[in-house]
Design a protein around this ligand. Structure first.
Ligand SMILES: Nc1nc2c(ncn2[C@@H]2O[C@H](COP(=O)(O)OP(=O)(O)OP(=O)(O)O)[C@@H](O)[C@H]2O)c(=O)[nH]1
Ligand SMILES: [Mg+2]
Length: 597
C-alpha cells in the first residue's frame, strides 16, 4: 500500500468572523510542520489553493488502514514516495452567506465531516444555527470547534470554555449531532494584528480529534460522472486545468466531459491527483482535469459531468420538508431562492399532500408517482402552524384540506423556476430566503427536499402539468328554498349569480335531512337551481318544508314570479341545508368538476 493517499472532505462552517479561514490556515500549517517537517510544503497542499480549499495530510491511522481495500482506486499508480499511506484532509472553508449555502449543497455528497466554528466569546449566532441546519441535511458527522479562546480572561478561561461547551451540548441535544465532540482552540491568537509567529493553540489536539473521528466513506464509482469545479486556470503548453471534487461516478483518461453551463464537450487529456498523474479517479477524490482549447475565463466554478448526464429543467416536482426553525408558513405561490445541485435560482412553489386516505403512506424519495391523486394545499401542512392559519372553517376550506390537524408523512411541491436550471437527477434541494434581513436573528433556510421529477419541456404547463393530478377539494353550502314536488326541490345560495350552473349539472348534493339530490338545471337568473331527488323526499323532510309548500299554494302568479327572482319569500320553518363536495383538478385545462363523496 505504499504511497496510498485517501482523501476526505471536511467542511469548515460557522458564523462570519468566527475564524474559519484562520482555522483552515492553522490546520494546514500545523499539520505540515508537525507531520511532514521534512517534506516541501507544496506536497502537503492539494492541487488547488483556491480560496475555499486547502488541505493537509497525516499518516493514515491504523484504524483506517485495515478498512482500506488493497485496490483502493484513490491510490495513484506511483505514490508521491514510498512509505506510509496518507490521509489527506481537504478543508472546504466556506466564505460568505450565499456562497456558503451553495458550496455546502454542491459538496453535500462529499463533505464527510463538518467542523462548526463558534466564537467562544459569542456562542451560537444566526449563521452558526444555519450551518447546523445545513449540516443536518447534508452531513453525517460534526465537530464543534470553540475558537478564540485567547480572548477569554486568563483566570476564567477554563470555566468559560466549560460553560460554552455545556451550552453547545445542549444545542446539539435536539439535533442529529447529539453528543458530538466539542473542542476549544485559538486559531489566530491575538487576532489580525498579532505577529505570524504567534502559534495557534489546540490545533494538534484538533487534528488528533479529526483523525479519530474521520471514517473512510464508502465511495461509489458507479453512476454518471459529476464533478464540482472550484478552480479553472490555464497552463502554458498544456491546456486548461479544472480542479474540483468528484461528486459522483468515476472518470478515466480519454473520457469526454461536458461543461453543461456552456454546452461544450471536451476530451480529458491528462489528470492529476495530489500533483501526480493518474489514469482514473472516483467519487470523493480531489482531481485536476486537463482539457485543450478551452478558455479558462469561461468557467470559474460550476459543474462538469459525463456528456448529457445532467438535465435542464424549467420546473420540478420535489419532496419537501420544512425546516422547523424557519418562522412563518410555506405558502403556495410564495417565491424562494432554491439551490439544486450547484445552482441557485428563484422558484415559485405550489404545495400538495397525499390524498387524505394516504397520509400514512411511507415516504418515497426516489420517484414521483403520477398515477396517484394529490391534494392541493394553500400552504405546507405542519403541526406548528400558527393559530388561525388553519382550524377556522374558512381557512380550511380555502386550503382545501380535509386533514383535521393531521400531518402527512410526505409532502411535495411543484417548483416553477424563473430560469431553467441544470442539475443532477434526484439532487438535494434547499429553499431559503436570501432577501430576509441578514442581521435579523432568523433562520433563512426554509425547506429541503429531493428533486423527484424534472420538467424539461419548456411547454410543461401544457405537456406535463395536466398529468399531475393535484386537486382542490371544494365544498359549497346552500339551502333548499322550496319544494316543487316529492321528487324535486329548488336550491339557493350555493352558487353565485354569475356561476355557470351548467358545469355542475349531474353532481350530487346532500340534503341535511338525509336525501341525496342531483343538480338538474338552473332556475331563474339569480343562481338558483333545480334538484332532483331520485329517492323522493322523506315524510319528515316534507313536514319541515311544508310551510313553504302551503304558502306557495296560496301565492298568486305574480308573487311566484317574484319568488323566482329571489325577492321576498316564505322560507321553510326550519332550514334544510344543501352541501356539495367536488374536486377540481388544478391543471385540468377544461376545469371539470369531479364528484367527491
Ligand atoms: N483573537 C483571536 N482572533 C482570531 C482568532 N481566529 C481568528 N481571529 C480573527 O477573527 C477575524 C476573522 O477571522 P477569519 O478567519 O477571517 O474568520 P472567518 O470565519 O473566516 O470569516 P468569514 O470568512 O468572513 O466568515 C480575523 O480578524 C482573525 O484574525 C483567534 O483564535 N483569536
Ligand atoms: Mg473566511
Amino acid at each position: 500500500m505504499a504511497g496510498v493517499r485517501v482523501n476526505v472532505n471536511v467542511g469548515v462552517l460557522g458564523h462570519i468572523d468566527s475564524g474559519k479561514t484562520a482555522l483552515a490556515r492553522a490546520l494546514s500549517t500545523t499539520a505540515s510542520t508537525a507531520a511532514f517537517d521534512k517534506q516541501p510544503q507544496s506536497r502537503e497542499r492539494g492541487i488547488t489553493l483556491d480560496l475555499g480549499f486547502s488541505c493537509f495530510s497525516v499518516p493514515l491511522p491504523a484504524r483506517l488502514r485495515s478498512a482500506l481495500p488493497t485496490s483502493h482506486p484513490a491510490a495513484p499508480e506511483t505514490g508521491p514516495e514510498p512509505g506510509e499511506p496518507q490521509l489527506q484532509v481537504t478543508l472546504v472553508d466556506c466564505p460568505g452567506h450565499a456562497s456558503l449555502i451553495r458550496t455546502i449543497i454542491g459538496g453535500a455528497q462529499i463533505i464527510d465531516l463538518m467542523m462548526l466554528v463558534i466564537d467562544v466569546t459569542k456562542g451560537m449566532q444566526t449563521q452558526s444555527a444555519e450551518c447546523l441546519v445545513i449540516g443536518q441535511i447534508a452531513c453525517q458527522k460534526l465537530i464543534v470547534v470553540l475558537n478564540k479562546t485567547d480572548l477569554l480572561a486568563e483566570g476564567k478561561k477554563q470555566a468559560a470554555i466549560e460553560k460554552m461547551t455545556k451550552k453547545m451540548q445542549k444545542t446539539l441535544e435536539n439535533t442529529k449531532f447529539r453528543g458530538a465532540p466539542i473542542i476549544s482552540v485559538a486559531a489566530k491568537p491575538g487576532g489580525p494584528e498579532a505577529p505570524e509567529t504567534e502559534a495557534p493553540q489546540g490545533i494538534s489536539e484538533l487534528i488528533e480529534l479529526l483523525t479519530s473521528q474521520i471514517s473512510i466513506p464508502t465511495r461509489d464509482p458507479s453512476g454518471p460522472f459529476l464533478m464540482s469545479v472550484d478552480h479553472c486556470f490555464s497552463i502554458k503548453g498544456q491546456g486548461t486545468v479544472m480542479t474540483g471534487t468528484i461528486l459522483s461516478g468515476s472518470i478515466s483518461l480519454g473520457d469526454s466531459v461536458e461543461i453543461p453551463a456552456l454546452k461544450v464537450v471536451k476530451k480529458v487529456k491528462s489528470m492529476q491527483m495530489f500533483h501526480m498523474p493518474v489514469t482514473s479517479a472516483m467519487q470523493g477524490d480531489r482531481l485536476g482535469i486537463c482539457v485543450t482549447q478551452f478558455d479558462p475565463k469561461l468557467l470559474e466554478r460550476g459543474l462538469v459531468c459525463a456528456p448529457e448526464s445532467l438535465h435542464t429543467v424549467h420546473a420540478a416536482i420535489i419532496s419537501v420538508e420544512k425546516i422547523p426553525y424557519f418562522r412563518g408558513p410555506l405558502q403556495t405561490k410564495a417565491k424562494f431562492h432554491i439551490t439544486l445541485g450547484h445552482e441557485t435560482v428563484m422558484g415559485r412553489l405550489m404545495f400538495f399532500s397525499p390524498a387524505p386516505d394516504n397520509f400514512d403512506h411511507e415516504p418515497v424519495l426516489n420517484t414521483f408517482d403520477f398515477s396517484r391523486e394529490y391534494l392541493f394545499q394553500e400552504q405546507y401542512l405542519c403541526k406548528d402552524l400558527e393559530p388561525g392559519s388553519t382550524g377556522s372553517d374558512q381557512a380550511t376550506e380555502k386550503a382545501g384540506q380535509a386533514t383535521e390537524g393531521l400531518c402527512p408523512r410526505q409532502q411535495w411541491a411543484l417548483v416553477e423556476f424563473e430560469k431553467p436550471v441544470t442539475c443532477p437527477r434526484l439532487c438535494l434541494v434547499i429553499g431559503f430566503r436570501l432577501n430576509a434581513d441578514i442581521h435579523a436573528n432568523m433562520c433563512r433556510l426554509a425547506f429541503h427536499g429531493i428533486l423527484l421529477h424534472g420538467l424539461e419541456d419548456k411547454n410543461y404547463t401544457e405537456s406535463l402539468l395536466p398529468k399531475l393530478r393535484v386537486y382542490k377539494l371544494k365544498h359549497k353550502h346552500g339551502f333548499v328554498e322550496r319544494v316543487i314536488d316529492d321528487y324535486s326541490v329548488i336550491g339557493r345560495s350555493l352558487f353565485k349569480k354569475e356561476t355557470n350552473i351548467q358545469l355542475f349539472v349531474g353532481l350530487k348534493v346532500h340534503l341535511s335531512t338525509g336525501e341525496l339530490g342531483i343538480i338538474d338545471s338552473s332556475f331563474g337568473q339569480s343562481g338558483k337551481f333545480k334538484i332532483n331527488i331520485p329517492g323522493g323526499l322523506g315524510p319528515e323532510s316534507k313536514k319541515i318544508l311544508t310551510p313553504a309548500l302551503k304558502k306557495r299554494g296560496r301565492a298568486s302568479k305574480g308573487e311566484m314570479a317574484k319568488q323566482e327572482e329571489g325577492a321576498e319569500r316564505q322560507e321553510p320553518a326550519q332550514h334544510v341545508t344543501l352541501s356539495l363536495s367536488f374536486k377540481r383538478y388544478v391543471f385540468d385545462t377544461h376545469k371539470h368538476m369531479v364528484q367527491s363523496p
